[in-house]
Structures are given as C-alpha cells and as structure tokens.
Design a binder for this molecule. Sequence first.
Ligand code: ARG
Length: 568
Amino acid sequence: MIDFKKYIAESIGKVLNEETSEIQNFIENPRGENNGDYAYPCFRLAKILKKSPMVIAEEIKSKIEFNTDIIEKVEVAGGYLNFFIKKEALALQVIQEFSDNKLYGKSDIGNNKNIVIDYSAPNIAKPFHIGHLRSTVIGGALYNVYKYLGYNVTGINHLGDYGTQFGKLIEGYKRWGNEYNIEENPIDELTKIYIRINQACKDDEIILEECRNNFKKLEDGDEYCVQLWNKFKDVSLKEFQKVYDLLGTKFDSWNGESFYSDKMNEIVELLEKSGKLEESEGARVVKLEDKGMAPCIIIKTNGSSTYATRDLAAIMYRARTYNFDKALYVTSYEQTLHFKQVFETAKLLGLDEKYTKGLEHVSFGMVLLKTGKMSTREGNMIKLEDLLKESILRAQKIIEEKNPDIENKEEIAKKVGIGAVIFNDLANSRIKDEIFDWDAILNFQGETGPYIQYTYVRTKSVLEKAGGTPDIQNIKIEYLTDDASTKVLKLIYNFRDTLIQVTDKNEPSILSRYLIDLAKAYSNFYNENKIIVENEDIKNARVYLTFAVGKVLKTGAELLGIDMPDKM
Ligand code: ARG
C-alpha cells in the first residue's frame, strides 16, 4: 500500500532538499472537508527562510512534482499546503490490500522489540473487583495490538499473593476455619474470616503477634502455613479463572508477588551499595524528597518487605528475563505515587538506562456506578462474575425481543454481553472515570460494543444477500469514488496508523473510537448507496467495500478482546 504521507513528504523533500522522515513528522491530517487529506504547515520554515509561511507554501507549490494519479491537487490555505489524494488512488490502494488473505493492518513494525505488560493482578483471598476488570481489559487490548504490530509481548499476572495479611488469614483460618464453607464460596468466606481476624487483632495485641509469627513462619517455609497459603491461592485462582474464561483472558506468566520473596535480598543489597538506603523511624527507606515525593519504604519497622520492594525485584527479574524495551503497568491512578517512587528508586539498582527508561505506568480512572463509587466498604461491591453474567442475561433478553427465531441465542448473548462490558471499559480515554450504566452499554444504537457487532452482522447479511464476496478482478474502482464510499475508504486506510497510535500512547480507546467512526461511516454509506442493484459493476464494488468494512471491524474488535457474532 502506498504510504500517502510518506509520498507527500518525499515530494516536498525534493523541493526543500530535506530528509523525508524529517518532513513526515510535520504532516498533519487537516480538519474540515475543504482542506484536503494531508496538510504541510510552513510556519516552521518561515523563521529559517525569513519569508511569510504563505509565500513559502506558494513557492513549494510552484516547484513540487507529483504523480497526478496519486495526488489530485495541492492548494495553499493560510500557511498550509493542502494535499488532496485522488479518490481513485485511495480506493485502489485500499481494495488491493484485501486481495490476498493476509491479515489487514498486520505489520512487523514492532521489529520483535520486547514488551512486558503487567495487568489484571487481583489479590488472593480478596474479591476480583471492577478495577481489576479494567486492568484486565485494557492490558489485554494492548497485548493484542502490540502483538499484531510485530512486538514480542509477555503478559504477566502479578498476583497479590504475598504480604503480612496472609499471616492474619492463616491465624483466622486456624481459629475458625471449620465455621466457614471455603470450598463453596472461597473469596466471600475468606473475606469474612479476614474481617473477623482484623477485629480480633485490634482487640488483642497477642493475636496480632500470632499473625506476625505466622507470616514469618510462612516466609521460613513452615509446612502448615505454606499448605494453608497454597490452599487460599488455589481456591482464589479457581474463582478468578471463571472471570478470565468469560473474558477470554490469557497470560504468559503468573508470577505473583510471592515469586519475588527470595529475590528481594539482592535489591536491599544493591540499594545499600548505592548509599541511598536510610534508616528512618525504624524502617529502611529511600528518600525521594528532592523529587518531591514521600520516601519509598523498602523494609518496614517490623522487618518485612513491602509491595514496592517486590516491584523492584520484579523490575530486576523482568529486565534479566525478558530484556524488555518497554514494561507497562496497568493499574488505576490510585497507584500513581507508588509507581513514581518505584521507578525512581529503580534507577539506583545499577540497571542499564534502557530498562529504567522503559518503565511506564499505564493508569486509568475509576469505575462509577450511576449511583456513585463502588467500594467493598460501603457494601455496594458487585462481584465481577455476577456482573458479566448479568450482562449476558440482559443481552439475551434484548436479542430475544429483537430476533426471537435466531439460533444459538446463548452463544450470541455471551458475545454481546461480554463485548458490551469490554467496550465500555475501552470507549473513552483510559484516565477518565467511567460510568457504568446498563442501558447505555447495551444500547444497540449507541456508541457501544453491540453497535459495532450489529454493524458487522449487517455487513455479513449484505454479503449473504449478494451471494458472497465478488472477485477482486471485477471491482471497478470508479464506482467507489462517491463521498460516502470515500469516507469509508479513508478510515480503512487509516487502520494501520490507528494501531500505531494505540501503542504510541498505550491508549486502546483510539481503536474503540476508530471502530465507532468506521461503523458510523458504513451506516451512512449503507443509507446513501443502495448496494444490491441491477448494475453488476456498481453492486460488485459496493459489496466488496462492505466485505472490507466487515474485515476491519472484526479485526479491530478482536484486538480489543471482543468476539463478533455472525448474526444477532
Ligand atoms: N495487586 C495489585 C492491586 O490489586 C495490583 C498489582 C499491579 N502490578 C504491580 N506490579 N504492582 O492493587
């Protein structure tokens, strides 16, 4: 496929005697239909050449040479040079890309660079909450897109399976375990035990001491404690797996916090060596005052390690094991300070700069119920498995109303219900708080997952009515140059660029927005242009475009983690 931007940059480069890549960085996608498809601003040159941007634009225009089969015209507007791509060229480039069966938009631009993504990471014996869902969905989407662009990606579930709370849980279980039905309802029951033991600790110092001892014993490999801890872990993972199965989530590594228990000594030693590990009120910390942050606590007063120490050990391990170019951490913005402290402290470990520069916190906003914040304490916590199941049920009800005779209702409802929740998580820029509202996320006409699925299903039914996808040899490009078709084609052309932007900004919503735009553009095309018409040439061209739209919608949605039904 011709890279139009690059082609324009080359043409300008010849006039200005400048590198293509340099110029390409300045080329913009103008707003407004009258400003063409690409614009080159001449303001930067004005200073250097001591002429007005307008005069420079006129000069370039008078000297520039290009293939008129590719570029229809160039206009000067303000200090900009506006380029209009020939509609036939756009259509030809896009259509040709679908000729063989390769995956549209797939590339190797990632050049096998190593990307580590740390996402989901729920805590053992605690509920898998809606924040973990966001992390799972955002991380999963990034995973897919990086992979599609040829990066070597490792997905890690950094489970919260370590820390002093396990000493408490062991003590609670020891005392009252037989009163609770852990097998049946592990997380709920363990949470109850945890709340009860916490209360007991508050009332009685001696119990608290016991809990601390348990954690110490766990660390020292005491058989009883390790066995219990394993049990908690097993039953919790079984619960989490139900959510992962519904979402279709996979990981390459399940190394949680406990994996680093024997890797923290090295971190403490390295920090000691750096001379930056200080005593402070009985704890050992790295002071970060000069960076405007509270100290990063490495060893607590009671001698135990912290969440941060384990993250430092994980950075070291991941650098060595995966030789990462980028290591992403997908959590809510509540952990912004934690990661700032950890990333700053990591600079003291003597790692190559490549690694410390590659660390990035990919943060996201809260999920708000229409009625306010969800939290465990206030008791309006929704269990995730229940939430996903409810979404499926609601989707099924809608499908039953709209299309009572359809086959495989349950399977379709699953795709629609889960797709709706996933899309909602990715619909807006990740840092924004998200409102969770059933009616909105399942609205087939709104900017939702089901709308994209619905549009895809529509492309399928058009293809079916037309008797299949026409042969590419039979496509006459001139029938795809009307405004509605051009809009669709331009979007399809931009798919690859969209994916690159997703990885540049670690922002899956760029792809979600894109899919909504494409679905809307197709609906407009569908309303403007009758597809199944007498004239075979017109019909073939329009059916082919429909086929291409379906392909891109499906590819894009699947990259977000959304399955497409064939009917709904
Ligand atoms: N378990 C943590 C939580 O639930 C998230 C872990 C994120 N990853 C990390 N490497 N710190 O808040």
